[in-house]
Design a binder for this molecule. Structure first.
Ligand code: 5AD
Ligand code: SF4
Length: 457
């Protein structure tokens, strides 16, 4: 039996790609190893979006040097955006690699492993490869309760700081029929929540879609997916604020299956920084969009990305970002220190901000946001939320799940609630999770759980 370990770094795209790779490996008889030293194939699906994360992957790969020396037949490989960026150059950093495969070439790996010589020269797969259809998982295999489905890949935006367009290529949308078939397969295997993925899902434009200005093909796709009764929750990520059509805003108010959560990267609250970043919206447009969204769906939970310390960012620019956070009141944010990336326009910009100063700015952003997140969560105490129960909670007897607004809710309840929609009244709120009490009378639930267990046995 051939065993592998696969470690995923970075964004949800990589998580999705890793899932596809695992499916293909399983088809060829590979099974997961518990530990690296039991594996015949060790693979890192790596990210390149920030320098530090890339360095970490490289040093972790280097740790396999002695293992490879002891077992020359071991195959160590690296994939994802970092592999695309480095290509054959990766071998200078980690000479014992057998395989370097960019994100658009991952599905070629399982077949390649059958003929790869672990003692021979490394195989480098980078650039545009034929992107085969995602494999249909066997009907017997349970799907995750919440699954990612890619609708488009790549990015045409070329924000000044971002390496993604160089590594994932230009935008390419999948055909709606293919997406619907994948979703149908997942729903038949027990999935109840779908998260549609793309670098910029609003630009979803399959072949033959209407010309710009006509109905948005992405809105159309959301409506078609929401029609499946087995689909309880639909989400999507990521949207670019510059092309958020009014029909999509309205959908948050009208389409029940569309969960009230949205990730909408702001990056900066300063007009001059936004301009230098090439984001193609200004602060007023962004905050106006937030206002419209909250009007259409008052319960909508917003999250965002913020970069501090972009080249030339002044104290005033930072104040603009802080005030934008205070105005938009995001439920949560991901915040980053600007990091120089190869090929990007920002790499050549003057007035780079020193590392300690970036760290200070990041602290200010995170301190403010921690306060806002806690305030928003504490306002939920006493409210009843619908929770999709995804597994056991942290403490004994607890189950855990996600609210429609994508917040973690822990509560005492029977494990038979797994995969169900439960209602919980929030009794305590923290920055990263909520504590709830089952709203359905506990006696009834325990009885129902007992009945279910009885019926099964
Ligand atoms: N430096 C810091 N943060 C970056 N991001 C993308 N590129 C960089 C960079 N060079 C952040 C952006 C993006 C998120 C996925 O990562 O905020 O939205
Ligand atoms: Fe990068 Fe900008 Fe494209 Fe997002 S929209 S992937 S930040 S270039």
């Amino acid at each position: 039996m051939r065993r592998y370990t696969l470690t995923t770094f970075g964004c949800q795209m990589n998580v999705y790609d890793s899932g596809r790779l695992e499916g293909l490996l399983a088809e060829r008889g590979w099974v997961k190893a518990q530990k690296a030293d039991e594996a015949d194939f060790i693979f890192f699906n790596a990210c390149s979006i920030r320098e530090k994360a890339a360095q970490r992957v490289i040093s972790r790969l280097k740790e396999f040097k002695s293992l490879k020396k002891a077992r020359p037949n071991l195959i160590v490989g690296v994939g994802g955006c970092l592999a695309e960026q480095e290509g054959a150059n990766f071998l200078k950093k980690v000479p014992f690699l057998s395989l370097v495969a960019g994100p658009r070439r991952l599905t070629e790996i399982p077949a390649l492993l059958d003929r790869l010589d672990p003692k021979g020269p490394a195989i480098i797969l980078a650039g545009d490869g034929a992107e085969p259809r995602p494999p249909a998982a066997p009907a017997s295999q349970a799907a995750p309760l919440s699954s990612f489905v890619t609708v488009m890949e790549g990015c045409d935006n070329f924000c000044a700081y971002c390496v993604v367009p160089y590594l994932r290529g230009r935008e390419k949308s999948r055909e709606p029929g293919e997406i619907l078939a994948e979703v149908e397969g997942l729903l038949a295997r027990g999935c109840r929540e779908i998260v549609l993925l793309g670098q910029n899902v609003n630009s979803y434009a399959p072949k033959g879609s209407p010309a710009a200005g006509k109905a948005s093909p992405f809105v159309d796709l959301l409506k078609r997916l929401a029609a499946y009764p087995e689909l309880w929750r639909l989400r999507f990520t990521t949207s670019h604020p510059k092309d958020f059509p009014p029909e999509l805003i309205e959908l948050f108010g009208s389409l029940k299956t569309l969960a009230p959560s949205l990730h909408l990267p702001l990056q900066s609250g300063s007009d001059s920084v936004l301009k230098a970043m090439g984001r193609r919206y200004d602060r007023a447009q962004y905050l106006g969009l937030v206002k419209k969204l909250k009007k259409a769906a008052p319960l909508l939970a917003l999250s965002t990305d913020v970069i501090v310390g972009f080249p030339g960012e002044t104290e005033e620019d930072l104040a603009d970002t802080l005030s934008a956070l205070a105005e938009a009141r995001f439920d949560s944010i991901y915040s980053f220190k600007y990091s120089d990336r190869p090929q990007t326009r920002a790499l050549g910009l003057p007035n780079k901000i020193p590392e300690p100063e970036k760290a200070r700015r990041l602290d200010l952003v995170q301190d403010l946001q921690r306060k806002i997140t806690l305030e928003i969560n504490q306002a939920l105490v006493g409210q009843e939320l619908e929770v999709l129960v995804t597994g056991p909670g942290r403490n004994l007897g607890q189950m855990s799940g996600r609210s429609g607004t994508n917040k973690i809710v822990n509560f005492i309840g029977p494990s038979s609630l797994y995969g169900q929609l439960a209602r919980a009244t929030i009794v305590e709120a923290y920055a990263a999770s909520l504590l709830g009490r089952l709203a359905t009378p506990a006696g009834e639930l325990w009885a129902a759980a007992g009945d279910a267990a009885g019926a099964r046995s």
